[in-house]
Design a protein around this ligand. Structure first.
Ligand code: F6P
Length: 355
């Protein structure tokens, strides 16, 4: 039986998107008579009817390619049902494109925002299957999202490289790791990179506690300190601010690492520097782990299409590739529980969380 599949990638890109697209396509071509339509730039393409019919050869040679061959965009879920000045009913337009293309299903590769819209489209009667990607690893119901491990390797490499220059100069280096709401990437790379302090959004820190660690190390024969600080980390005072006020502070130049470095310099009198690897963490070729995970996720999506199972998103649970209902995943962020085993592990080897 012929099946027409639409694929889109939405939200922030990450390594492994092309590997996952390739996994879906190759397995679909193997399993049934597949026709694949690539929707350009995420939901924007679905709304505006911007797409292209894909051929088998377009899925070749992309396993190791970073980014996404389909392009991506951020189309916030909160605006999906809002009809703006352009008078466009976005939900109606997405349904129109899907129907016009005579799709049998839509595969959406994305994180939390993408999954909220995927769930909305499923509720509107479309056959949707999600694939969990994000370097933040904050999607509910899956142990890992693809992209996370590659970003973790990159962030760890940054921390490794900062170590030698920190030691040479006896400085306190505050390395800002991506993750606005969730601290998974900071936690994992901080442990992997041997950070002395790890600061994550889920555990507001006490600057005096952090200063104590920096002072102790400055006075020891080590002389330097490595701090892995999440983009969204906040001290106890900032944590009392409203989200909008916190965002305004960040926009005014107080990035989490710059703010921290300034405070530590003033309090301890050490030389402190902020380092922001930024989007480097999302770029380049996926790691071997992510190539495998993305391929497994993609193949599972093709199996679901073959079996007519829709309204779900693919997930990793333990060693099993499985799926969860979109309705259970949409709108639920997976944050780091303060009693998570990795936190305990870090504390047990003397890493401070500044609390
Ligand atoms: O969701 C992935 C992510 O890289 C977050 O860690 C970060 O907060 C955000 O995207 C940055 O978004 P943008 O690329 O749109 O600046």
């Amino acid at each position: 039986m012929r099946r027409r599949i639409g694929i889109l990638t939405s939200g922030g890109d990450c390594p492994g998107l092309n590997a996952a697209i390739r996994g879906v396509a190759r397995a679909a071509y193997e399993m049934f008579d597949a026709e694949i339509v690539g929707i350009h730039d995420g939901y924007r393409g679905l709304i505006e009817g911007d797409y292209s019919e894909m051929t088998r050869s377009q899925f070749s040679g992309i396993l190791t390619l970073g980014g996404t061959i389909l392009g991506t965009s951020r189309t916030p879920f909160r605006n999906m049902r809002v009809i703006g000045d352009d008078n466009v009913d976005k939900v109606a337009m997405m349904k129109k494109t899907y129907k016009g293309l005579q799709l049998d299903c839509l595969i959406t590769l994305g994180g939390n925002g993408t999954h909220k819209t995927a769930n909305l489209l499923a509720q509107e009667g479309l056959n949707v299957i999600g694939l969990p990607k994000t370097i933040d690893n904050d999607l509910y119901g899956t142990d890992f999202t693809f992209g996370f491990h590659t970003a973790n390797d990159i962030a760890t490499d940054v921390i490794d490289r900062i170590h030698s220059t920190a030691a040479s100069h006896g400085r306190c280096m505050c390395i800002e790791i991506m993750g606005n709401k969730a601290g998974w990437l900071t936690l994992y790379s901080g442990v992997a990179g041997g950070a002395d302090v790890i600061l994550i959004p889920e555990i507001p820190y006490d600057i005096d506690k952090v200063a104590e660690v920096v002072k102790r190390r400055a006075e020891s024969n080590k002389g330097f300190t490595i701090i892995a600080v999440a983009e969204g980390a906040m001290d106890k005072d900032e944590s009392k601010l409203k989200k909008k006020e916190r965002e305004a502070r960040r926009a005014a130049g107080f990035s989490s690492s710059a703010y921290l470095a300034k405070q530590l310099q003033e309090k301890v009198g050490v030389e402190a520097r902020s380092v922001v690897p930024g989007h480097i963490q999302r770029g380049g070729t996926p790691s071997a782990y992510d190539r495998v995970l993305s391929t497994e996720f993609g193949v599972h999506a093709a199996e679901l299409i073959r079996d007519g199972v829709f309204g779900v998103t693919v997930a990793l649970k333990g060693n099993e590739i499985t799926h969860n209902p979109l309705s259970e995943v949409a709108g639920v962020a997976k944050l780091v529980p303060p009693d998570h085993q990795m936190i305990t592990t870090a504390r047990d080897i003397g890493i401070s969380f500044g609390d």
